[in-house]
Structures are given as C-alpha cells and as structure tokens.
Design a protein around this ligand. Structure first.
Ligand code: NAP
Length: 334
C-alpha cells in the first residue's frame, strides 16, 4: 500500500519557515503508529528539520543534491525511485531494514513529494487541524477529491483541535507485465457475481475435502442478506480485483467487537474471509494486494487484530504477510 500522511490547517498550510506551525499533544501519534515497521519517504528539507532517521522504520530521503545512507536510511533522487527502492529487497538489506512482510510506504512531505503523490497514492491520511495559519510558506497541493472515498475518524487536541480523515482512492490500477488490473471495493451491484464466486469456492472446498455439500441450505439468500446488512452498516468490507469487467480476485473482512483486552483496547477484531483468486490470474500478486487492502480497512476501523482460519493453501500467504499461528485456536460447534 502506498499512502500519504499530512496535517494541514484550515487554509491548507503544512509548513511555515521550515517548521510545522503547530504543536498539538497527540497529533503525531497516528504518524508513529502507521509508519513504524514500514517506510517513510520525505523530502530533504523535512529530513533535515528532524535531523536524524526516525527509528524502527525505513527512512527514504528524496534529494537531487545530497546522499544519506545508513541504518534505516536511504536516498532516492525522485519520488518514483523512492517507491521502487522501498520494494527492492537488496536496498532494504543495505539499510539493515527487515520488515514484517511487504512494508507499506508513506509519503510524508513536503510540497514537492505531495504534489506528485496525490496522483498515485492509494490512501491519504489527512489530519485537518482546526486553525488558520497566517503567512504559511508551504501548502498541501490541490487534488481531485472525486477520486476518493472519505471517512472521518477521531478528533483530538488541546487549544487547537484536529480531526482525522482517510481518503481512499476508489479505483486503483496495477500493471503486471502487459496485463492491467483494477482494484476497487465491492458494491451492492456486484453482489450476485460475488455470491456466485463465494458459493463455487465453498463448494470446491467441500469437494476437495471429500465432503458432500448440504442440499437443504439456501446459502445464496443467506449470503445476500448478510452482505446487504453488513455493507450498509460498514461491518463488512471487500476489495475486488478486476481484469477488464471480470472479477478475478475477492477478499472479505468482517468487523466484530469483543470486550476490550490489554492487547486490543478497542475490542475490535477483523475476521478475514472470501480470499479467492481466479486460477487464470494466480502469480500476479493479487491475493497479497487484496489482503493488504482489507487489512488496511481493519486498521482504519480500529481493529487490534485480524483473525483467519487459513486453508493449507493460504498459510504460506498469511505467514509471509506476518500472520502468526495461534496454536490454541479452537472452536465449539453449536
Ligand atoms: N504538516 C505536515 O504534515 C508536514 C509534513 C512534512 C513537512 N512539513 C513542513 O513542510 C516544510 C518542508 O517542506 P518543503 O516542501 O519545503 O521541503 P521538502 O519537500 O521537505 O524538501 C524539499 C527538498 O526535497 C527534495 N525534493 C522535493 N521534491 C523532489 C522531487 N520531486 N524530486 C527530487 N527531489 C525532490 C529537494 O531536495 P534537494 O534540494 O536536496 O534536491 C528539495 O529541495 C517544513 O516546514 C515542514 O515542517 C509539514
């Protein structure tokens, strides 16, 4: 996932005389949470303002004039190069950076980087700071809000308040060789095709385990009822992969809530389901791309963990992504 993180004032200011023009307790917490273990890409001036690489994440500095290299530190001469460096295993080794699975990339300013990134990032985490900054020197660039779904999150702050917003690009494109894939969220209009795929996937699973599919279950109606209700209240989300008009990959994430516990103070959990890739489209990274998007949805929903009961085929994918086995996972059928 390639994202962008910024905090901007009501009049779109992000910097003033080389500094962020506000100090608000808790405002930077999201930045730390999202970027830790991942990759931050920042312009040379922003890096020099901080003065050192941010710990526990890979820092890629964009500069045409300077070179910064070291532990968790690399330099790129363009935003595009920064993104390819973040995906280059040899470069990650050089910076002694060992991510869990494929790291997310966060473009973190300033203006020159944001100006390019607004056209290609999958997500923008924009913190709207409730202040007007006079004589700002650096601004967040214009972008086409129509291209994004917007979700409003938590508010916080002290004398100056802020509100989190998440902009998710509605249609995300990817090229694999000469094939073009589109990623987008499931809508009500896709439900019939989605349900057909889900039922044939479940039927295949039964067949491969030598079990017979029960004849007296109207799964189509039950699934339709479930998806309609939970798409509407936001407790089910699915990203799809399409080649042309055809759905070639599906994913699903349901959100549930338990009484909060220490390692999950929100009590919110994501239950992963319906991961499927058309056999003709395997080995294109679709499962990983979909997984990444629905795990991102779980993060944005405030989930502390994602659970799955993986098929044998899925174990490799989930392990590579960073899922850990929970040896005691058991169930009791009612
Ligand atoms: N509010 C926020 O969320 C936020 C986030 C980040 C920064 N800021 C603020 O923004 C200000 C800094 O931003 P800024 O725009 O002035 O500087 P910047 O982007 O941090 O750094 C500018 C430098 O980065 C390099 N650069 C930028 N775009 C490039 C590109 N497309 N290709 C190659 N190199 C590129 C160039 O380095 P060389 O000159 O070495 O070639 C350029 O001089 C500060 O006030 C900072 O506090 C605010």
């Amino acid at each position: 996932m390639i994202g962008l993180i910024v905090a901007r004032s009501k009049n779109n200011v992000i910097g003033k005389n080389g500094k962020i023009p506000w100090r608000i307790k808790g405002e930077q917490k999201q930045f730390k949470k999202l970027t830790t273990g991942n990759v931050v890409v920042m312009g040379r001036k922003s890096y020099e303002e901080i003065g050192h690489p941010l710990p526990d994440r890979l820092n890629i500095i964009v500069s045409r004039t300077a070179v910064f290299e070291g532990e968790n530190l690399l330099t790129a001469s363009s935003v595009e190069e920064a993104v390819s460096l973040a995906k280059d295993k040899e470069a990650l080794r050089r910076a002694h950076f060992t991510p869990r699975g494929e790291p997310d990339i966060y473009i973190s300013g300033g203006y020159g980087l944001y100006k390019e990134a607004v056209f290609f990032v999958d997500k923008m985490y924009i913190t709207e700071v409730d202040t007007v900054v006079e004589d700002g020197t650096v601004f967040f660039p214009e972008f086409d809000a129509e291209d994004f779904d917007v979700k409003t999150g938590e508010s916080g702050g002290d004398e100056i308040r802020f509100t989190r917003t998440i902009y998710t690009r509605r249609v995300q494109q990817k090229k694999v060789g000469d094939r073009e894939l589109t990623y987008r969220k499931l809508t009500e209009a896709d439900l019939d095709a989605f349900i057909r795929m889900r039922i044939s996937q479940l039927t295949e699973e039964y067949a491969s385990e030598g079990r017979e599919v029960p004849k007296n279950v109207d799964l189509e109606a039950a699934l339709k009822d479930y998806y309609n209700r939970h798409l509407a209240d936001g407790t089910f989300v699915s990203w799809l992969a399409l080649e042309g008009e055809r759905i070639v990959g599906t994913s699903g994430m349901s959100f549930v809530e338990k009484p909060p516990y220490f390692s999950c103070p929100s009590g919110r959990l994501g239950l992963l389901s319906s991961m499927f890739t058309d056999p003709a489209c395997r080995r294109m990274g679709i499962a990983q791309d979909l997984l990444n998007r629905v795990v991102g949805e779980a993060r944005d929903y405030g989930c502390g963990a994602v659970w799955i009961t993986a098929s044998d085929m899925g174990v490799k994918l989930y392990t590579a992504y960073g899922f850990e086995h929970n040896g005691n996972f058991m169930q009791y059928k009612i």
